[in-house]
Ligand binder design. Structure first.
Ligand code: PLP
Length: 395
C-alpha cells in the first residue's frame, strides 16, 4: 500500500491505495465477498493462529475496508483506524471496550441523542455511570473527574448547539490523571479539526455525515494508536460485529476524494447564511462558531481550520412557529443527518434529541424553538432566498 503523502488534499485521493497492486485499476476495487479461500488446510491454520497475514472472513477484515481504514488513519494523523457499520457501532465498540461494571465516563455537556441512549443502557445494565460537564475550565474538569472515571468523552462542536470544547485543555488534564480522551469528530471531519494532534487519544466519526458526503451510506470510523485499535478490532469489533460492508467502504473511499473541496464550500456557504440569519429580526439567537460574537469563536480559531457547515438558531415564537417555518421551506429539506450536498433542516427537540428528557434538553440549550441547519453545496443565494421566503410567511 502507498504511504507517506504529506498533504491532506493528496492523501484523501491516494493514501491506502496503490494501483500497481490491483491491475492498474484507477478506482480501488470492491471486494464484495464474505470469505476468503485458503490454498490448503495448513494455510487456514496459520492464518487463524496469526502466523501468516492474509484475509480470512470479512467480519475480521476485507481489502476494500482495509484501504478505507488506512486512508482514515492517515487523515486523522493516527496510527491505525477501524471502520464500522454505523457511527453508533463505532461509539459502542469504543465505550464498551474501555469500560467495565462500576466504571464512570465523563461526558461533554451534550452528546448525540443515541450516544446518550447508550450511556443510559450501560448505566442500567452494568452500573457504568456518567456525568456531563461544561469542561469550560481546568478546575471544572478536575472537579468532574472521579476516582472511577476511566475515560472522557467529548463532542465538539456539540450537537446541536455548536458550542466548542477546548481539546488541548481537556487532554492536558486527562494526561495528568492518566485517562484517555475520546472525541466524536463527526461535525468537523479531519479536514477542519485533528483531535489526535491536540493530545486526544481516540477519534470517532459517524462517517454517514461529511466523510461520505452524499447521503447514501450509514457508517462509522474510529482512529487512534495501533495498540488500542488492535484491541478494539479483536474484541468489541470482532465479537459484537458492527462491521461495515465492503460496498459502503468503497462508497466512502469515493466520497473522501472530494472531502476538502466539499468542506471548503460547506464552510463558505455557512458563513454567508450565518451572516444573513444574524440580520433577521425573527432570529432570536444564532449558534455558529464562526460568528465573532459567539462564545466559542476564540476556541474555534485555536483548534479548527474553519467553523464548519452547521448553524443552529432559535426562532421567535413557539414550537409551532418553528414547525411552520420548516414546512414553508421548499429547497431546504426536512431531514436529520448532516454533511450532505443538500441543505437540511431539523428540529432537535422533537427529532434527534427527542429521547433526551426535557430537563436534560434544557441544560443542553435545546429549546422548542431551536432549529439546526446543515448547509449544503447549493448556491448560497438560493439557500438564503428559501429561508427568506419562509421567514416572510411566519411573520
Ligand atoms: C450521526 C451521529 C452519530 C451516529 O452515527 P450513525 O452513523 O447515525 O450511527 C454520532 N455522533 C454524531 C455527532 C452524529 O452526528
Amino acid at each position: 500500500m502507498e504511504k507517506g503523502y504529506e498533504r491532506f488534499e493528496t492523501k484523501v485521493i491516494h493514501e491506502g491505495y496503490n494501483s500497481d497492486e490491483y491491475n492498474d485499476s484507477l478506482a480501488p476495487p470492491l471486494y464484495q465477498t464474505s470469505t476468503f479461500t485458503f490454498k490448503n488446510a495448513q494455510q487456514g491454520e496459520r492464518r487463524f493462529a496469526g502466523e501468516e497475514s492474509g484475509y480470512i472472513y470479512s467480519r475480521l477484515g476485507n481489502p476494500t475496508v482495509s484501504m478505507l481504514e488506512e486512508r482514515m488513519a492517515s487523515l486523522e494523523n493516527g496510527e491505525s483506524a477501524l471502520a464500522f457499520g454505523s457511527g453508533m457501532a463505532a461509539v459502542s465498540a469504543v465505550l464498551l471496550s474501555l469500560t467495565k461494571a462500576n466504571d464512570h465516563v465523563l461526558c461533554s455537556q451534550g452528546v448525540y441523542g443515541c450516544t446518550f441512549g447508550l450511556l443510559n443502557l450501560m448505566q442500567d445494565k452494568y452500573n457504568i455511570t456518567h456525568d456531563f460537564s461544561a469542561m469550560d475550565s481546568a478546575e471544572e474538569i478536575r472537579r468532574s473527574i472521579k476516582p472511577e472515571t476511566v475515560c472522557i468523552y467529548v463532542e465538539t462542536p456539540i450537537n446541536p448547539t455548536m458550542q466548542l470544547i477546548d481539546l488541548e485543555l481537556v487532554s492536558s488534564i486527562a494526561k495528568e490523571k492518566g485517562i484517555p480522551v475520546i472525541v466524536d469528530n463527526t461535525f468537523s471531519s479531519p479536514y477542519l479539526q485533528k483531535p489526535l494532534d491536540l493530545g486526544c487519544d481516540i477519534i470517532i466519526h459517524s462517517a454517514t455525515k461529511y466523510i461520505c458526503g452524499h447521503g447514501d451510506v450509514i457508517a462509522g470510523v474510529v482512529a487512534g494508536k495501533k495498540e488500542q485499535m488492535d484491541h478494539i478490532r479483536m474484541t468489541t469489533q470482532k465479537d459484537i460485529g458492527g462491521v461495515i460492508s465492503p460496498f459502503d467502504a468503497w462508497l466512502l473511499l469515493r466520497g473522501l476524494k472530494t472531502l476538502p473541496v466539499r468542506m471548503d464550500r460547506h464552510c463558505e456557504n455557512a458563513g454567508e447564511i450565518a451572516a444573513f440569519l444574524k440580520e433577521q429580526p425573527q432570529v432570536e439567537k444564532l449558534f455558529y462558531p464562526g460568528n465573532p460574537d459567539d462564545p466559542s469563536y476564540e476556541t474555534m480559531k485555536k483548534q479548527m481550520n474553519k467553523p464548519g457547515g452547521l448553524i443552529a438558531f432559535t426562532i421567535k415564537g413557539t414550537k409551532e412557529t418553528a414547525q411552520q417555518f420548516m414546512n414553508e421551506l421548499k429547497l431546504i429539506k426536512i431531514a436529520v443527518s448532516l454533511g450532505d450536498a443538500e441543505t437540511l433542516i431539523q428540529h432537535p427537540a422533537t427529532m434527534t434529541h427527542a429521547v433526551v428528557p426535557a430537563e436534560s434538553r434544557e441544560k443542553m440549550g435545546i429549546t422548542d424553538t431551536l432549529l439546526r441547519l446543515s448547509i449544503g453545496l447549493e448556491a448560497w443565494e438560493d439557500i438564503r432566498d428559501d429561508l427568506m421566503q419562509a421567514f416572510n410567511k411566519v411573520k
